[in-house]
Design a protein around this ligand. Structure first.
Ligand SMILES: NC(=O)c1ccc[n+]([C@@H]2O[C@H](COP(=O)([O-])OP(=O)(O)OC[C@H]3O[C@@H](n4cnc5c(N)ncnc54)[C@H](OP(=O)(O)O)[C@@H]3O)[C@@H](O)[C@H]2O)c1
Length: 358
């Protein structure tokens, strides 16, 4: 994870990344630029894009099966999850250090599947292991029957979750964990305001905050008020009916998954010494200094150690993905149309293969 924390009066680091770039970030940011192409004769079904553009550019077609290197694993993909970053890459807005992934691109970085081949230099997993994780954007994703992963991108699939549920976790739950636990250090008795509490990141954030013993206030539209309460939110706000700053004050932490006006209006509700963590836009240094609060913006990196923390919460029954839509892989374009509305409830998951029986 790259985190930029701004404290008043002294900032730990100067300079911010461009906000627009932050909004495009993958779960694994600094993965090696490696070949997304496949060699060998074996084919597979995949959804690929050959041009950037609207969801229609996603083509369900035959592709070569990727070949793992000695330090990689070949996975048989069972499920992938859709994140806003997938749609942003597809639309052509994604840049990583000025570069874009090379065509043809396979999206779908959050995956769950079964190890088909373990490279000779891998040590953690063997053929047949059920795993989940987040693949590197520049190498290529899992919206295909097979995908290649590095060991540190994976963790054992939580036994209590289906493959579809496991695929829903890495980017969204990893972001919520890093924001609340690693950066804000949210602790028992504190109060957190979560903007976008019904979305991919937000619905995990509510659960993680409750697991930390915090009081949770969460915002979303009217249709999602009951949903957020069921997830554990103590108070919910319909952002279309009520200005949150009229009813919230002196919170310890704000988690901002919305940015823009929402971030601008959030400074006033944080108590002195508190923190705003944004996953989209750097908080304004002057505002932070004037109010004696801290701010942070970061890019998620959901590697094995973080996935292991999520697994612990899942096994303790404190974290459970909510899947609002499951679609067959061939219908990925439909999933992209939904995710780019910015109004998805919980997660959208693509079914690549049937869930194994045992
Ligand atoms: N920095 C990082 O590493 C990182 C990681 C993950 C995601 N992100 C970015 O963070 C953003 C959110 O991701 P996500 O996966 O949670 O998206 P998502 O699944 O599309 O969820 C968005 C949620 O925001 C709510 N919402 C929309 N407008 C709102 C407003 N004005 N006030 C309060 N809530 C509002 C929606 O609820 P209603 O339908 O009720 O409006 C929806 O549930 C995306 O832009 C994504 O690219 C960044």
């Amino acid at each position: 994870m790259q985190s930029i924390t701004i404290s008043a009066p002294v900032s730990r680091r100067g300079g911010f990344p461009v906000a627009a770039v932050i909004s495009l970030l993958p779960c694994v940011m600094f993965a090696q630029l490696a070949s997304n192409s496949a060699s060998g004769n074996a084919t597979m079904k995949a959804v690929r894009l050959h041009d950037f553009g609207a969801p229609e550019v996603l083509k369900y077609e035959d592709a070569s099966r990727p070949q793992p290197k000695e330090d990689e694993l070949l996975l048989r993909v069972i499920a992938t999850a859709v994140n806003p970053v997938d749609a942003k890459i597809r639309a052509g807005g994604f840049r990583l250090g000025g570069a874009q992934p090379q065509m043809p691109i396979i999206l779908g970085y959050d995956i769950a599947g079964i190890v088909e081949v373990a490279g000779a230099k891998t040590t953690k997993f063997k053929k047949g292991d059920a795993v989940y994780g987040c693949l590197a954007i520049m190498r290529g994703g899992g919206d295909a029957e097979f995908a290649v992963a590095k060991e540190d991108e994976l963790s054992a699939k939580p036994a209590s979750l289906s493959f579809a549920e496991a695929a829903a976790l890495p980017t969204a739950a990893g972001t919520a964990w890093q924001a609340l636990v690693e950066i804000a250090k949210l602790s028992e008795g504190q109060t957190v305001l979560i903007h976008g509490g019904s979305g991919g990141v937000g619905h995990f954030a509510i659960q993680i905050a409750k697991a930390r013993g915090a009081k949770v206030i969460a915002t979303a539209s009217a249709a999602n008020q009951e949903f957020m309460k069921q997830l554990g939110a103590d108070e919910t706000i319909d952002y279309k009916a009520t200005k949150f700053e009229d009813v919230v004050k002196d919170v310890d932490v704000v988690l901002d998954t919305v940015a823009g006006e929402t971030l601008k209006r959030s400074y006033a509700v944080v108590k002195k010494g508190g923190i705003i963590v944004s996953i989209l836009e750097p908080p304004d240094k002057k505002e932070l200094e004037a109010r004696g609060i801290r701010g942070s913006v970061f890019m998620v990196s959901a590697k094995s150690d973080l996935l292991a923390e999520l697994t612990k919460l899942v096994e303790a029954k404190q974290l459970k993905p909510v899947i609002s839509q499951q679609l067959p892989l061939a219908e990925l374009a439909k999933a992209h149309q939904t995710i780019e509305t910015g109004h998805t409830r919980g997660k959208i998951v693509m079914r690549v293969a049937d869930e194994p029986k045992s």
